[in-house]
Design a protein around this ligand. Structure first.
Ligand code: G3P
Length: 211
């Protein structure tokens, strides 16, 4: 039990690492949450600080979700949980990392929207389904130039894909989970939805879309 509790706490703390905030403060002397969309995430880091910092934040935030989810495998190896409990603990660790990312203890509980961390979590659990979602994300981005819309569409696609026989998870819990995560992403993007409706959401400049 102490191993399980310690690793669950570890998953939350891992998710709580505010990569975007720390990169902004350490290397650019600014609080990313006071610039651009105000979000402490990879997209806003790309927007405000550029490609290199953006890619770095993206990679670390995906890794956080993947590593936290993989802590369940550590529990299994330690004999703290049974093989048939693995998925439950993967989901618990992944969710704690996502909660940490959105409400980080190291950044006054003002973090990001959870997209990269959800991506990392699901890469550890359902990589093939995630692969299709990444293609959907890129397609929506290429057409709309909105990262927020692409993120939400990819999240909803993940949930819907799992209804298809080819992507149906063995455990129905994962199916439900897909919808919970999609709902969570829509919730964290509520300000973006307002801007999309008002026509004020910022667009990613794409080479073939430049006027
Ligand atoms: O990474 C989150 C993305 O979907 C939206 O970010 O900064 O445009 O609100 P942002």
């Amino acid at each position: 039990i102490p191993v399980v509790l310690g690793l669950l706490l570890g998953a939350y703390l891992l998710g709580s690492i505010p990569t975007a905030l720390w990169v902004g403060q350490r290397f650019f002397g600014l609080d990313i949450r006071e610039h651009g969309s105000g979000n402490a995430g990879a997209t806003n880091t790309f927007r405000v600080l550029g490609k290199k910092p953006g890619s770095f934040v993206m990679a670390i935030d995906v890794l956080k979700g993947w590593a936290a989810t993989s802590l369940a495998t550590v529990m299994l190896r330690q004999g703290a949980i049974q093989p048939d409990q693995l998925l439950y603990f993967q989901l618990a660790c992944g969710v704690l990392a996502i909660v940490g990312h959105i409400y980080p203890v190291f950044a006054g509980f003002r973090g990001g929207k959870g997209v990269a961390t959800v991506l990392g979590m699901m890469l550890a659990i359902a990589p093939a389904t995630v692969g299709v979602c990444i293609l959907v994300f890129l397609a929506v981005l290429a057409v709309s130039q909105y990262v927020s819309l692409s993120s939400m569409t990819a999240g909803v696609t993940f949930a819907l894909l799992q209804l298809l026989p080819a992507f149906r998870p063995q455990n129905p819990l994962l199916l439900w989970f897909g919808f919970v995560l999609a709902a969570l992403l829509i919730y964290t993007h509520r300000a973006n939805i307002g801007r999309l409706r008002a026509g004020t959401e910022s667009r990613v400049p794409l080479p073939w879309k430049r006027k």
